[in-house]
Design a binder for this molecule. Structure first.
Ligand SMILES: Nc1nc2c(ncn2[C@@H]2O[C@H](COP(=O)(O)OP(=O)(O)OP(=O)(O)O)[C@@H](O)[C@H]2O)c(=O)[nH]1
Ligand SMILES: [Mg+2]
Length: 426
């Protein structure tokens, strides 16, 4: 089964905790602070591996957690940073944040990497908090939690050739005779529900990858039928094989079919209108074929390349394979993947530091909303007695105290910042 989408949970490693420790030396009475910083948590990093073609691996492994940084140690030793968790993905993988739908990374070329979940910073040990006024601080930070999120991986099939056409025109039959793919074939419409990939060996050291796609119908570009969710696969192929039931075996008109499918392609994405195309006139074993083909050729003119075949009897198959291989040789390798401007291909965004805060009232409580302070609350280890003092100092310095006072807070009122609830002391 071909998998082209996967949902995965990723979490960067937590930072190691900073340490509160003091020197204890034989002849020194009061040793100075000696608690080291915690190490940085590991990142989850995706790397493009050329050899991969599908997201099938992500069906079995859906959780990727990087390891945490080591805690800080005494004698001012820092905790070790952790080794990144490197995950291989096939070229053409687009990574979305599953909650915001924001593109996190568009992974195209071999070896390209992107940090998908950042590891947390290590907390600072008490050495870092020492100053002349407080030479022996009992403060250390906890490690910052690693970034975590649910992501969606999307792989646009990296096929050279896409088989496009109405249902039941013989697309699956065709891929089954030109490759080892064994798709379901049946006379009812929408037999094919998901793309099948097949590698075609031309027999002369040339090969290419073909994608058999679900049938398209009118309105496909806006979601009618099944085809539209697979039209995006067509976007990344270099060549379209437009398969037509030339016998008109279901009472269809081959020329009208041809026009209708091309219109759907164009309505879905203008660029598909100019994508190189070979028309495959199938079912030529049936008696109506010859006459219909003559008429079709007259209508489309000599510009359109047409190969007539019968997927059922294998007539014309080898000629078709050579024609495709020849055509592919003239086409650039690159547009396999639509090129994105470098600056659009954002890898990850550094969040701007938010220094502002706002205050509002929640019943009897004053709530201070501030990304910076909330982060600090999360990181500060309030079990050390200097921590509260230091936090109070920061609130004063940022002007939070003054703002609360202005807002009407008086001695003894309750204030909340993130998870921290405390009394306002004026
Ligand atoms: N006579 C004849 N019948 C064919 C030929 N190729 C395919 N068929 C028949 O046409 C029917 C549909 O074939 P499929 O290959 O399943 O068609 P499809 O285009 O993949 O259809 P969907 O997956 O529904 O879009 C089957 O009954 C096939 O046996 C051919 O060259 N000649
Ligand atoms: Mg099919």
């Amino acid at each position: 089964m071909f998998v082209d989408e996967a949902k995965v949970y990723v979490k960067g490693g937590d930072g190691g905790n900073g340490m509160v420790a003091f020197r204890r030396e034989k002849y020194v009475d009061m040793g100075g602070p000696a608690g080291g910083d915690g190490g940085k948590g590991a990142d989850v990093v995706f790397i493009v591996e050329e050899g991969l073609r599908t997201l099938v691996d992500f069906r079995y492994k859906r959780h990727f957690k990087a390891v945490r940084g080591e805690n800080g140690r005494p004698k001012n030793q820092h905790g070790a940073g952790a080794q990144d968790l490197v995950v291989k993905v096939p070229p053409g993988t687009v990574v979305y944040d599953d909650d915001t739908q924001e593109v996190i990374a568009d992974l195209v070329t071999h070896g390209q990497t992107a940090v998908i979940a950042k590891g947390g910073k290590g907390g600072r040990g008490n050495v870092r908090f020492a100053n002349p006024k407080n030479p022996a601080p009992h403060i250390a930070e906890k490690g910052e939690p690693g970034e975590e999120r649910y992501i969606r991986l999307e792989l646009k099939v990296l096929a050279d050739v896409g088989l496009v056409g109405f249902p039941s025109v013989g697309k699956s039959t065709l891929i089954s005779v030109i490759s080892a793919a064994k798709p379901k074939i049946a006379s009812y419409h929408f037999t094919t529900l998901s793309p099948n990939l097949g590698v075609v060996d031309a027999g002369d050291y040339r090969s290419f990858v073909v994608a058999d796609l679900p049938g398209l119908i009118e309105g496909a570009h806006e979601g009618v039928g099944l085809g539209h969710q697979f039209l995006r696969h067509v976007e990344r192929t270099r060549l379209i094989l437009h398969v037509i039931d030339m016998a008109g075996s279901e009472g269809r008109d081959p020329y009208e079919d041809y026009v209708a499918i091309n219109r759907e392609l164009e309505l879905y994405n203008e660029k598909l209108a100019t994508r190189p195309q070979i028309v495959v006139a199938n079912k030529m074993d049936l008696p109506e074929g010859a006459e219909n083909l003559a008429e079709f050729k007259q209508k489309v003119g000599s510009e359109v390349q047409i190969i007539s075949i019968s997927a059922a009897t294998r007539m014309g198959i080898q000629e078709l394979i050579y024609a495709v291989a020849d055509r592919l040789e003239t086409l650039p390798q690159v547009p396999l993947v639509e090129e994105v401007e470098q600056e659009e291909r954002l890898l990850y965004k550094a969040e701007p530091e938010d220094k502002e805060f706002t205050i509002h009232r929640d019943n009897e409580m004053y709530v201070v909303v501030s990304a910076k302070l909330e982060k600090m609350v999360e990181r500060m280890d309030f079990s050390h007695y200097d921590a509260a003092e230091r936090f109070a100092f920061i609130l004063r310095k940022m002007g939070v105290d003054q703002a609360l006072r202005k807002y009407g807070a008086v001695d003894g009122d309750t204030v909340r910042i993130g998870d921290l609830v405390f009394d306002f002391i004026d």
